[in-house]
Structures are given as structure tokens and as C-alpha cells.
Design a protein around this ligand. Structure first.
Ligand code: SF4
Ligand code: SF4
Length: 315
């Protein structure tokens, strides 16, 4: 018998072969998926916590789109995945195992990894913050910052302490902390720097920035503001899109917390603080500082906190 010129015997042989292929595919699907993930382009990231409170790491753990599990284990965008080779808090390894992982990753991916710093750099004394031993001596954090930033494709400062010094460098600053940006300038290290400030930095700001760098390379100067913040998130002030803008326009001001009105008289720093907090909000869009009936303390600005003090008085 022949249908459309195909003999029955040939048709059966083809159908069996097709069935076998399908079975093979079903049985090996998990392995094929794993192989595809392996084939995805892996982008190395190193994260060093210096002098800070770990709040920016905690903020990153709260990322929702993508969840941190997906961010660290899956393809962050199709065909591209991040490989976090070092993070003091998140990694399981400790001691020399962790230090070897750091050295090996920095060497193997020289010029290709993104270096993330969290916290400011203590400069007053080499013993104010050390990590690991070399030749029986403690290695100062400032030395790690120099080495790791010099070999990086780009530096991303996560949070205001890393970007500008922040609370770690606030008066009286006994450890002589400075922001990584300033420290690298003092050391003459020319690796491109992107600042993603905030106390803490918003997980969306960080994830969006690191993915953009890995996919499209270093942002053009026109994409960053004068303080090297991505304009995508920091072009406008908080005040610009505040939910209380109508009150300020109508001259209605709150004089104690809980009163109706704009909170400028209570010390709100929204008119000069940059960030898209009113639109993006925090904790997956649940709320943000002013909507929670507090002022904006200007946590994304280079002068924070000293230049904003006292926080609850009009500047
Ligand atoms: S509460 Fe702050 S940010 Fe909002 S309108 Fe008043 S001064 Fe501007
Ligand atoms: S509203 Fe102000 S204090 Fe709150 S996160 Fe945004 S910039 Fe920081």
C-alpha cells in the first residue's frame, strides 16, 4: 500500500525512529537543560564586603524579580548567567578555602570580572579591617581593594558607603574610612566605576546595573550623572515625583509627624535626593520612606549622613 507515494513499510520505520528520538529526548531532558545552562555565557562577579553593615547584601537577598536564587543559579537573561565567585556572607567556604577561591577567580578572569564593593575603605591603619594571611601577615582590606579593582573590567559600588563613604565615614570616622570611588582616585586606579548608592541600595538598582554592564559593557558617560550614578534610576529627585507634591504646591506643610502635608519643615531631603523611590518603592513595591510617614533622609547622596544632619530639621 502506498499513501502520497510513501510505502507503508517506510512510514512505520520512520514512525518508530521518531518515537525513539522522542523517548530519548524525554528521558534526557534534565541533562539537556543542564547542558544548555552550562552553555550559557557565564559572567564572573566578585563581591567584597569592606567596612559596612552588610545591609546592601541583605537588600540584594530581598530581590524579587529575579529572586536571588534565580539571580545566582539560573540564566539572568536567556543565554547569560552570573557566577558569583566570592561573597563573604553568602559563600559556604571559609578561611584559606575562601581566600584561594578569591585569588583563583581574580587570576582566571582578569580583566573580565565585575568587582562589587560594599562598605567603605578604612585607611587610617592597616589593621583596621584585614582579610586572609599572606606570608604570615594579615592582608589589609585597602590592599584587597587595590588588587581586585585593578584587575576588574568594572567596579560597581553597591550602597552609599562604598560609593561615597556614607555612614562608615561619618564623623568622627575613627578608622579613616573613605568611599571606594575616592580611594581608587587616590591610588590612580583607572578601572571604570559605577556607583549604585542608597542606604541600603535598592536590589533593582543593583541587579539592573550589573546586568546592563554584563550585557552591554561599561555605560557611556552620558548614561551616568556627575556622581557616576546610572541616570536610569537616579536622574530625578525624590521630590520630583513625591506623592506630597500637591501639598507643597498648595503650601500645606506638616509640623509634626502624622499631620497632613508636605514634610519639608520636618527635615525632608527629597528636594535634593536622587532616586526613583516614589515610583519603584521598596520591599517589592510595598511602601517607601515618605509613604510610611517618614521623611526622605537623602540616603543616595554623596554628603549623607553628615551633610544632612540633623536629619529631622529643615536644611
Ligand atoms: S515630603 Fe519631601 S519629597 Fe515630598 S513634596 Fe515634601 S519636600 Fe518634597
Ligand atoms: S526616599 Fe530618600 S531616604 Fe528613602 S530610600 Fe529613597 S533616597 Fe533614600
Amino acid at each position: 500500500m502506498s499513501i502520497h507515494g510513501i510505502e507503508r513499510r517506510d512510514f512505520m520505520r520512520w514512525a518508530l525512529a521518531a518515537g525513539a528520538v522522542t523517548e530519548f529526548h524525554e528521558a534526557f531532558l534534565p541533562k539537556l537543560k543542564a547542558a544548555a545552562a552550562e552553555a550559557a555565557r557565564a559572567h564572573p562577579v566578585l563581591w567584597l564586603q569592606i567596612s559596612g553593615c552588610s545591609g546592601c547584601s541583605i537588600s540584594l537577598l530581598n530581590t524579587v524579580h529575579p529572586a536571588v536564587k534565580n539571580l545566582l543559579l539560573d540564566e539572568v537573561v536567556p543565554g547569560q548567567r552570573l557566577v558569583m565567585h566570592f561573597h563573604q556572607t553568602l559563600m559556604a567556604g571559609t578561611g584559606e578555602v575562601a581566600m584561594s577561591a578569591l585569588r583563583e577567580a581574580a587570576e582566571a578572569h582578569k580583566g573580565k570580572y565585575v568587582m562589587v564593593f560594599e562598605g567603605a575603605v578604612p585607611t587610617k591603619d592597616a589593621n583596621f579591617g584585614t582579610m586572609g594571611l599572606e606570608g604570615g601577615k594579615h592582608v589589609p582590606m585597602s590592599e584587597w581593594v587595590k588588587r581586585l579593582s585593578a584587575g576588574a573590567m568594572a567596579v560597581i559600588n553597591a550602597g552609599t558607603c562604598a560609593a561615597y563613604g556614607g555612614i562608615s565615614a561619618a564623623e568622627p570616622n575613627p578608622t579613616g574610612c573613605v568611599g571606594v570611588t575616592q580611594f581608587l582616585e587616590q591610588q590612580g586606579i583607572k578601572t571604570p566605576v559605577i556607583n549604585v548608592p542608597g542606604c541600603p541600595c535598592h536590589p533593582d538598582w543593583f541587579v539592573g546595573t550589573v546586568v546592563k554592564v554584563l550585557l552591554y559593557g561599561i555605560p557611556a558617560a552620558s548614561e551616568l550623572d556627575d556622581h557616576r550614578r546610572p541616570k536610569l534610576y537616579f536622574a530625578k529627585t525624590v521630590h520630583n515625583r513625591c506623592i506630597y507634591r500637591d501639598y507643597i504646591d498648595e503650601g500645606v506643610f506638616a509640623h509634626k509627624f502624622g499631620e497632613t502635608g508636605c514634610m519639608l519643615e520636618l527635615g525632608c531631603k527629597g528636594p535634593f535626593a536622587h532616586g526613583d523611590c516614589p515610583m519603584r518603592q521598596w520591599n517589592s513595591g510595598v511602601n517607601w520612606c515618605i509613604q510610611a510617614n517618614n521623611i526622605c533622609i537623602g540616603c543616595t547622596e554623596p554628603g549623607f549622613p553628615d551633610e544632612h544632619a540633623p536629619l529631622y530639621q529643615r536644611r
